[in-house]
Design a protein around this ligand. Structure first.
Ligand code: AMP
Ligand code: GLY
Length: 417
């Protein structure tokens, strides 16, 4: 089978690494890929803003199956466009991807489906929104409605922070159209876990549970990021069986979408908050795998990812059996100085190693020039390892990370704590 993976970050590097092990694979392509993926696949430079042209190219190249990493292309309708051309592709349609691309839509679906989630209201007018904030006070959560690369959410602990976040969205258009409407949400205390599944229609195949660490700095301080590290499994969901998440989150959601004429096929990610009393609320849906959660999940997956995803695309997902390692996995992200704001990149990276003792480096923002590797963007690389438990995995990760360096490199020292 000729397989194409869309994307060029750490998540896609992990997907490519896993698919490359499949006996079903003939040739693997990535658009755009990265230097790490280039060791496993042919990286092709194509214009990802012209999806019809990309589909034409995939057809000419004889691509049998495409897997999409990032949400932006799903929200742009890559799946609809490829399918119109008769191409097989794994991911949700544009309509289904609105679970991620519109937080107000996701909220409306959750409420209609009876999925437990924080109370929320949607505003487009600053005067009305700020009156709501003054009435309800802080803490309160302000979310830009549309896609904002993980930067559109402010957990405001004071009224001033809340009003400033509202002004960013509604007055200063900091997130453009994505912030033209905002969701104001009740603050939920607790610990977060990432619950994901492969879905096709009514069939739900859950993935192992994981947890990412969203704040930039140790002790969960500093700004929210896309994720600075991850572990799998996690004690956060202590005692809650996966079936509970499937029955209380995934099934009602896909049933509600079906009522609206939308069939879900793709990965579905529920970010959940588990309260100190053990109540579970969904705080977000993503229509893709998490990053960096993928970098701990796929090393733990012993069965064939390509086979599972292809089966989902041809209506056979129900026959698949996902097999997980009993070992734990952990990963830590190294980021550029300045991330998640203005980053200083273009720094030469040293100390990268290839796989050793079930510990490996996935490239997130890395480019190659004249045989040397340089940082590109905020999150640069992810070191991931398997171990007999999370602490053993982390031991390997931190030993490896200590050998890698680039100017301004930052990573959290407390992942797993
Ligand atoms: P989201 O993009 O909706 O996942 O939000 C990003 C992060 O903001 C989440 O991972 C949480 O850490 C935090 N967050 C989102 N919604 C809430 C909420 N209702 N209460 C507390 N924290 C939240
Ligand atoms: N790590 C969080 C996300 O992928 O959205």
């Amino acid at each position: 089978m000729k397989v194409l993976v869309i994307g060029g970050g750490g998540r896609e590097h992990a997907i490519v690494w896993k698919i490359a092990q499949s006996p079903l694979l003939g040739k693997l392509y990535c658009v755009p890929g990265n230097p790490g993926m280039a060791e496993l696949a042919e990286c092709v430079s194509r214009d990802l803003s012209d999806l019809p042209a990309l589909a034409e190219w995939a057809k000419t190249e004889g691509i049998d199956f495409t897997v999409v990493g990032p949400e932006a292309h799903l929200a742009d309708g890559i799946v609809d466009i490829f399918e119109e051309q008769g191409l097989k592709i794994f991911g949700p349609s544009k309509a289904a991807a609105r679970l991620e691309s519109s937080k107000s839509f996701a909220k409306e679906v959750m409420v209609a489906a009876g999925v437990q989630t924080a109370k929320a209201e949607v505003f487009t007018d600053y005067a009305l929104a700020s009156a709501y904030v003054r009435k309800h006070g802080a803490p309160i959560v302000i979310k830009a409605d549309g896609l904002a690369a993980g930067k559109g959410v402010t957990v405001a602990m004071t009224q001033e922070q809340a009003l400033a976040a509202l002004a960013d969205c509604l007055l200063d258009q900091k997130f453009g159209g994505s912030g033209a409407s905002v969701v104001l949400e009740q603050y939920l205390a607790g610990r977060e876990a990432s619950v994901m599944a492969i879905i096709d229609g009514d069939v739900v195949q859950p993935l192992a549970i994981s947890q990412d660490y969203k704040r930039l700095l140790d002790n969960n301080e500093g700004p929210n990021t896309g994720g600075m590290g991850a572990i799998s499994p996690t004690p956060v969901v202590n005692g809650i069986p996966m079936e509970t998440f499937v029955d209380q989150i995934f099934r009602p959601t896909i049933t509600e979408l079906k009522k609206r004429g939308i069939r879900y096929r793709g990965f579905l990610y529920a970010g959940v908050m588990v309260s100190p009393e053990g109540y579970v609320n969904v705080i977000e849906f993503n229509c893709r795998l998490g990053d960096p959660e993928t970098e701990v999940l796929l090393p733990r997956l012993e069965s064939d990812l390509l086979q599972h995803l292809y089966a989902a695309t041809i209506g056979n997902l129900g026959q698949e059996e996902l097999v997980w390692s009993t070992e734990a996995a952990a990963c830590v992200v190294a980021s550029s100085a300045g991330y998640p704001l203005a980053v200083e990149d273009g720094k030469e990276i040293s100390g990268i190693f290839s796989e050793q003792d079930n510990c490996r480096v996935f490239f997130a923002g890395v480019r190659e020039k004249d045989g040397a590797l340089y940082s590109k963007g905020g999150r640069v690389l992810v070191v991931s390892a398997l171990g007999k438990d999370v602490l053993a995995a982390l031991d390997k990760v931190y030993t490896a990370m200590a050998k890698i360096s680039f100017a301004g490199m930052h990573y959290r020292k407390d992942i797993g704590s």
